[in-house]
Ligand binder design. Structure first.
Ligand SMILES: Nc1ncnc2c1ncn2[C@@H]1O[C@H](COP(=O)(O)OP(=O)(O)OP(=O)(O)O)[C@@H](O)[C@H]1O
Length: 364
């Protein structure tokens, strides 16, 4: 078999030339007719490219336009203007029969799993294969393969009501993969699951991405989902993408207020209530400046406060802090108080050591 154009081998590292993104939105807007005659614009001029083999997360608050975006990608909605290209095809321009065919290369998983309660796990997974007209022997073999992939071979004859939430989502994932799609769309797929089960489902998705090279586009309102699995993130607010890029970059140096608000609850970034309630924007005589310090990559574990005390005799009070991992890279946050008179010396020192700083305010 010939290799696809642009490749000399199977691995991404062997690519000769950049490959077309598998999903591309070009200046996509979507307006719905509102109930009271006032049109509702759900998406405005969205440009988004999902590279083949990547995991791209779209995060946004309720009503930001996430579901509309995903419904445009699988052709359930048509854009009011702009283009949605999936695997080279302009989805909105496809006639019904061609759209049905194109949908086989798009798998989808849902928050509430959407399994048929009258069918067993195996029968749910078999459904898209039956619809696509596979013969019985092919279906049996493929279903077994998929059950093994998601770790549910021993649950093949169980009905959804006999499965846990995590197991139901595994069935949902197996069903979505049945017709060997090129893209998997995930619509809040872990929002109904507890943190531990969420983690195991995200691990499964990461493994599928790695082993099968499947591209994943996921929408979520949960930071934890993005930071655990995505490599690229787009932040959506009011139907616009307000920030977009590498997950580590966006989350360690957020530019937009919405991105900051998603990060505000993260451990180490939140101020203790007793500091928050006393924080003022202006310094007063004898007050302490509250500084947030961000440690990225190799600086994440630097003993910088010890050096501050040793080299400049400035003593900083630690107010909160953590060292965590974002997209597999260490990132530390420390909130400290330093005497107001030492602020500029402290900031110079910290910045010289490659650390990010932000003065949050002052406490008397
Ligand atoms: N079919 C529709 N008719 C009218 N308005 C709609 C329709 N679908 C979505 N909207 C509106 O478009 C905006 C974006 O909705 P959307 O469901 O895409 O947001 P979301 O980010 O997925 O929110 P949530 O997380 O709450 O599901 C909202 O103001 C919503 O009311």
């Amino acid at each position: 078999m010939n290799a696809p154009l642009g490749y000399i081998g199977d691995k991404p590292s062997q690519r000769l030339i950049p490959v077309e993104p598998i999903v591309r939105l070009e200046k996509v807007s979507k307006t719905f007719p509102g109930r009271d005659g006032q049109p509702v614009t759900a998406l405005r001029e969205i440009d988004l490219a999902v590279p083949q083999g990547s995991i791209l997360g779209v995060i946004g608050r309720s009503g930001a336009g996430k579901s509309t975006l995903i419904r445009l990608v699988n052709g359930l909605e048509k854009p009011s203007s702009g283009k949605v290209i999936v695997d080279g095809a302009d989805i909105a321009a496809l006639p019904e029969a061609a759209l049905r065919h194109a949908r086989r290369s798009i798998g989808m998983i849902f928050q509430h799993f959407n399994l048929l309660s009258s069918r067993t796990a195996a029968q749910n997974i078999a459904l898209p294969l039956e619809v696509a007209g596979y013969d019985k022997a092919e279906i049996r073999a493929r279903v077994e393969e998929l059950l093994a992939l998601v770790g549910l071979s021993d649950k093949r004859n169980r009905y959804p009501s006999e499965l846990s939430g995590g197991q139901k989502q595994r069935v949902g994932i197996a069903r979505a993969l049945a017709t060997k799609p090129k893209v998997l769309l995930s619509d809040e797929a872990t929002s109904a699951l507890d943190p531990e089960t969420t983690r195991s489902i995200l691990d499964l998705l990461a493994r599928i991405n790695d082993e099968l090279g499947l591209t994943i586009l996921l929408i979520t309102h949960e930071m934890a989902v993005i930071r655990n699995i995505a490599r690229e993130v787009a932040v959506i607010e009011g139907g616009r993408i307000v920030e977009q890029g590498d997950v580590f970059e966006v989350f360690t140096r957020p530019q937009h207020e919405v991105t900051r608000s998603f990060l505000a609850d993260e451990s180490g970034r939140a101020l203790p209530p007793y500091v928050q309630s006393r924080l003022t924007p202006e310094a007063t005589p004898g007050s302490q400046a509250v500084i947030r310090i961000g440690f990225r990559g190799p600086h994440a574990t630097d003993p910088v406060l010890a050096r501050l005390a040793r080299d400049l005799a400035i003593e900083a009070n630690i107010l909160s802090g953590s060292v965590d991992e974002i997209a597999g890279r260490p990132f530390g946050t420390l909130v400290v108080g330093v005497p107001e008179a030492s602020v500029s010396t402290t900031l110079d020192f910290l910045n010289k050591h490659g650390l990010d700083t932000e003065v949050l305010g002052y406490v008397a």
